[in-house]
Design a protein around this ligand. Sequence first.
Ligand SMILES: C[S@@+](CC[C@H](N)C(=O)[O-])C[C@H]1O[C@@H](n2cnc3c(N)ncnc32)[C@H](O)[C@@H]1O
Length: 225
Amino acid sequence: MNIKLDDRLLSAASFVRPGDAVIDVGTDHAYLPVYLVEAGIASRALATDINEGPLNNAKETVASHGLTDKVSTALANGLAGAEDFGADTVMICGMGGELIADILEAAPFIKNPHVRLILQPMTFVDHLRRYLLQNGFHILDEALSTDNKKLYACLCAEYDGAVREYSDVELLIGRHNLVRREHPLRTAFLEREIRKLEGIVRGKESGGLEAAAEKKLLSDLKAQL
Ligand SMILES: C[S@@+](CC[C@H](N)C(=O)[O-])C[C@H]1O[C@@H](n2cnc3c(N)ncnc32)[C@H](O)[C@@H]1O
């Protein structure tokens, strides 16, 4: 049976170019690389994980789909030892935005215009966007998805060396997501960030702390609704 991905992972898969050699960092069950190779999208893949349990899950999935010749597996921290694989695309999904940025920072070989990054952070998406923009990565596009009532953003970026700047609202929501006013999940994303920020403002004010910057951001976010 072919792998069926949820909408979060499907949104990441949608950014893979046909024929790409793909590394999936933090692969767990290797659903993403197996799906990509089985669907004839990726030509080959390397599925890595830092933990043995998830890597064993990955090995089982690869073997049960008869793909050991096209999907290799490796126990590794981030992209350590992955340079020689010759990836066209590096995917890091389902981790915190800060950890994803740390993994990228430790792998200078991805600062290559031919390598596409597909990143799906669970938290601190603004931190990851800022990291990419400040380090010469161009955010080409983003995809929004939802699964079990949770909202996810997936970023597609490539290195071109130019440093770019986003406004605070763009860092939080994503420039591509802001301009897609008709996207069915755009309002839900904005409302989620507004709720979070309202909680921060309430917490700061009840502790007698200054919250002027957060209030300004809150009003800028509300203006986008
Ligand atoms: C929540 S799972 C995500 C699995 C899959 N990528 C997805 O999006 O559904 C996170 C996986 O990342 C792995 N992981 C955490 N830190 C890592 C690191 N520094 N390098 C490689 N894998 C890591 C964990 O062992 C775990 O299997």
